[in-house]
Design a protein around this ligand. Sequence first.
Ligand SMILES: [Zn+2]
Length: 401
Amino acid sequence: MTESSIFFYILLLVALAAGWALAQVSLKSKYRSNRSVNDFYNDYFVGLNYLLGDEPDEAIDTFISALEINDDTVETHLALGTLLRRRGKVDKAIKVHQSLLARSDLVREFSDLVQLELSNDYISAGLLDRAEHLAQELLRESDGVRPDALLQLTTIYQIEREWEQAITSVKALLEIPNFKKDESIKSLAAHFCCELAEQAISDEQPQQARDQIKRAFRFDRSSARASFLMAKLEQLTNNPQKAIKELLRIRHQHPHFISEIIGPMAECYRHSAKPDETIKFEKFLRECLDDRFRVSVLLKLVELVRKREGDTAAAELLSTRLSQHPSLKGTVALLQSHIDETDGKLHLDLKLIEDVLNKLSQSKPGYQCDHCGFETKNLYWQCSSCKKWDSVKPRLGLEGE
Ligand SMILES: [Zn+2]
């Protein structure tokens, strides 16, 4: 179902709720406003007309003006306010929620919900100070929505990149019984520690970085990002064996990142003082490749075979594996391995084909978010489109790995 059809059905449900609320008003026949039942019905059917005529914004406006705010209609107004925000009409959503909040007789349960929605409006409008103020107020004054207020603050501090404050919010959340074992919250906290670790690495503060990575592991022992950072730190501090250990952990715990560990792994084996490291690395690459095909693994293996056994053995390995797993990157490599065997016009034509295929391969995004489908050329721990963490993975198939 597309986003617009989901929106249409939500609005239709809201229209039904508005109709129900209208019926309640009519049945009670006691209004706290000066408007007649006919006025309400007229506005309601005008709203329905807009909805059926594919004019949802006008429909929302009409429903809001048709319904007096009272205990029966608060939830409908809340839903309409949320729809306005999702439609990008943040100013109108803020007005709807502010007018709800201005009512002195609003019960606590509803005023908390309205305050949360208003805080969401402020986030959408980029008014983060106001959003934070509302969420902090909720945290101080209402135990009923404590988890929601903490989640809201976590979102705000993420946007502001205030990682220590985000960690404080998440830690408070993890103290609430229902969240104590929530793995997604723990993983979030680990990412915030990794953000601080990355800052420390770029500030050349290895001990601070190590402390933050260890802190990340305390939240989430299987954090792939923390393992990558620890491996990087071990490499930077000349401990290639420890870095290899950390990279191997990623291979077992997060096999979808196998293509990402090949580069740092090769660096570690190159700098390791132990004998026979190249043979060990080659064995590791063959094991990985037998486990699951990844073109980055194959290309690194081909490079080692070329050094040890020469061009013919390398090309043979490449073509055998590619016949089972076609790959754009692999095809470019295969072409390159044969190009120097040719001359004259054929050589020039193959050079041209190589150039085109190379450009085509480089133009393809190497990563994709498995939540929203967003494609990117770099690996990000948080999807820049849907903002979900840990959802961006290397692309597989002909154009990917
Ligand atoms: Zn996404």
